[in-house]
Design a protein around this ligand. Structure first.
Ligand code: MG
Ligand code: ZN
Length: 222
């Protein structure tokens, strides 16, 4: 008679690669942050500024996910940081197998921190674990402050919420965005989420994000 082990969870191919990536990163004591947002929230601009401003303190590499083009990897390389572009050829999220390949093509041993810039999509990437240390969700103010309430999964799973383009707010602005509403809705879903209102364009608020990044990298690496 055949015995069936019902207690053992069968991992999907994606989960197997995610586990492999997690082990690869843990063995080397590297932090890997999976950045997720809608298209146009400013992920690449945030990363470029972060890399440039922290270049004397921390070595950062980037895995860029886009449906087509290597435009974003070229923007990252212009800062001097190593970047690998993945084109998903239509898929609206990165897979852990793609990250496995990218990690083998990045100079990981020379880096402290690896960012994954996921394909612009607020829904689907939240369901695919990549083996990352943590997820970072980015919301820009023109998208509206109702996004945490409408797309709860990614806000529930992320360690940090970056509210970008706050330079567009203020008296006479055409953008209505209540930072406190977005913060409260995100906290309702995720009590421990850190929220940093920033402008990657002007630099406003970026120091708080940098402090979190440097402190958590240190915590994870030590
Ligand atoms: Mg981008
Ligand atoms: Zn997808």
């Amino acid at each position: 008679m055949q015995k069936v082990d019902v207690g053992k969870k069968i991992l999907s191919a994606n989960e197997r690669y995610a586990l492999k990536n997690r082990q690869f990163l843990a063995e080397r004591e590297k932090v890997c942050l999976n950045m997720i947002s809608s298209p146009g929230s400013g992920k690449t601009t945030i990363l470029s500024r972060t890399i440039s401003d922290l270049k004397d303190k921390i070595k950062i590499g980037v895995i860029e996910g886009d449906i087509q083009t290597d435009l974003d990897a070229e923007r990252i390389k212009a800062t001097g940081a190593p970047a690998i572009q993945i084109n998903t050829a239509g898929a609206c999220h990165l897979s852990a197998a793609q990250i496995d390949t990218a990690l083998r093509n990045l100079p990981v041993d020379d880096l402290d921190l690896i960012f994954i810039e996921n394909v612009g999509n607020l829904v689907c990437p939240s369901a695919f674990e990549l083996g990352e240390t943590a997820k970072i969700v980015v919301l820009s103010v023109p998208e509206g402050d109702d996004k945490p309430a409408k797309y709860p999964a990614i806000f529930a799973k992320s360690k940090v919420l970056l509210i970008n383009k706050i330079d567009l707010l203020g008296a006479g602005s055409h953008v209505d965005f209540d930072v406190e509403r977005a913060r409260a809705d995100a906290r309702r879903l995720n009590k421990s989420i850190e929220v940093f209102p920033i402008s990657a364009k002007t630099g406003k608020g970026m120091h708080s994000w940098y402090n979190w990044l440097l402190e958590s990298a240190e915590d994870i690496l030590s």
